[in-house]
Design a protein around this ligand. Sequence first.
Ligand code: GLA
Length: 709
Amino acid sequence: MTRRLFHLERDGVALLIAREGAALPHVLHWGGALGADIAPDAIAAALSRQTPPGTLDAAWQLSLSPQEGDGWSGRPGMQLRRRGIVHHPRWVVTADEASRERFTVEARDEASGLLLTVSIGIEAGGVVWVEQALAHQGTPEADAIDIDWFEASLPVPSTTDSLLTFDGRWAREKRPVVTAMPAGATVRQTRRGRPGHDSPIAAIASIGEPRWRSGELWGVHLAWSSDLTMRVDRVTDALTLIGAGELLRPGEIRLAPGEAYRAPRTAFVHSSEGLDGFAERVHTWLRARSQHPASPRPLVLNTWEAVYFDHDAARLTALAERAADVGIERFVLDDGWFLGRRDDSTSLGDWVVDQGVWPDGLAPLADRVHRLGMQFGLWFEPEMVSLDSDVARAHPDWLLHDAGHLDHDRSLSWRQQYVLDLANPAAYAHVLGQIDALVRELRIDFIKWDHNRDLVESVHAGRPGGHAQMSAVYALMRELKTRHPALEIESCSSGGARTDLGILEVADRVWASDSNDPVERQDIQRWTGLLLPPELVGAHVGPTTSHSSGRTTALSYRMATSLMGSAGFEWDILSCDADETAAITRFAALYKELRPVLHGGTVVHPEVRDPAWRITAFVGASAAVIVAATVASLEDARAERLRIPGLSGDRRYRVRVRREIGGPQYGWIAPEWFRDGEIELPGAVLAEVGLQLPTLWPLQAFVLHIEAL
Ligand code: GLA
């Protein structure tokens, strides 16, 4: 039997993929780099499979899409059905193609007529992407094949004993959940038609509990913005696998001859430097994309928490003028501007300006905003429809719901709204036409694209409709951007319910949460940052008292937290007093000064002991910014030292406390450097010895600016 070994390597990550005869290939290694001389024959011998007692006689290796016939008792890589009965494919490899960074294989299953294509590439930052597709190439008379699931998986060492996933809820997204590695086949699924506030977002297996700065870990993420499955298989007579795929409902994908299904791309990320190493790989990959925002991320003013539905042309124009005065660069008019939309019970789907509230339309405001030198942004919720809307009255059949269910039972409403079936070409054309007209007329620079409900029991053309809906949404976003190349889109979904790498193929920013409470935000932004670099994560200064938690916090704390993302305000700044307005103006200048480092540097989380600290560093080539915040009372009376990783050991640095946002409150004796506000030290001293932190009060924050001399 012929045996071939393919070695892929890039940016510190290696893959070893083996082919034996005509069998589907198997992965022998996914992890750290191996260098040039890997002794392929010896590796094959070193890793050849034994036939353990009590298993299949044949020494099958675990293929790229493992199945029962491989002696695999975990979850199969795919489940197919033919005439309703499970179909076990017998893959015969027909072609492969390999380079240093990509391996592609094709295999055929004679009985079904299916062609399987799997392509594995190591892309920028060392992120491994798996792309796979199934194409029905049978004769026209051949049976259609149902795909129940089709997932990508890679092996991880059996020494991984800890699993990090996530859950959360509205206004409290991305709560990390660490468990011991479960035995057997475990799936985590979302059935919301969006990843959801409790989205697992990633599944990360590690040796020991995951830490920020150290430890080896392997994670998986699915670039898909709808229902999904994350899977971990620890089976005692095989390897441990992690993987992911789209969650399909029975009958949703049925391939007739000539049809194909392309699975969403799956990212696999290895790090030998803890969670920061994981994030750095994904950030590097995102930043290397051609569509990654190249212009400085503008300071935003969003009107939602300033006025909610209370639109008044004169007041909003005055707000825009004040925004320009303090240094805002993008003014975003949120919900409430379209036909009859005075509260959230009505009008979604009618993307026409409400003449009652805006008698002259939005052009005067948009023009004023542009003349003030700002970008103009507008809120839409394109996938949704209110029953009380012209569009729903005219086209009740455009809803993505079982019509019978709607007539008899209104229980499927959510925030009093329903979902528009965008896979219906007429509904798609309606939404595209209305949005396109406004983007053109108002010269809209930015769309806040909202999505405020789960999809339940979606039906399109008599079939489960989740896949078709998501595909149509991506196409709609793409079409708008093709027509308006400078247009930017923010993905918002009741806050951060849709922040995956799939949506970021077409969106330029995400809204992390409807909570602007900076205490909550410290953690929400930190964990959103595991995948997304700060320039892609909207972080706004909300009102003094948060509408989602009732908590009152200092302006300096709110501004320090906003500085950690794509910054902005979501507050009626017309109501601010002179001191607050001056602080906001200073903050705007500080954000603009520091954003090259904040949005281009490496995100680093120095290890600290006290659980009340949240310390985040943004480290560039010759400068760094650190935001240090407390989310509760410090446990230690004398705060610990902060050791700052990532700087050059042999350079000298000036460390300055940037007091533009206002000083934090702290214990009555603060370290000398902190009181003076400035100190110079070598990088090695900052990294190895550190700085004595001040004993901050709870819910306080300060900003350090570190510059190489
Ligand atoms: C959602 C969004 C908010 C805001 C409102 C408007 O809740 O997450 O930011 O846009 O809708 O209705």
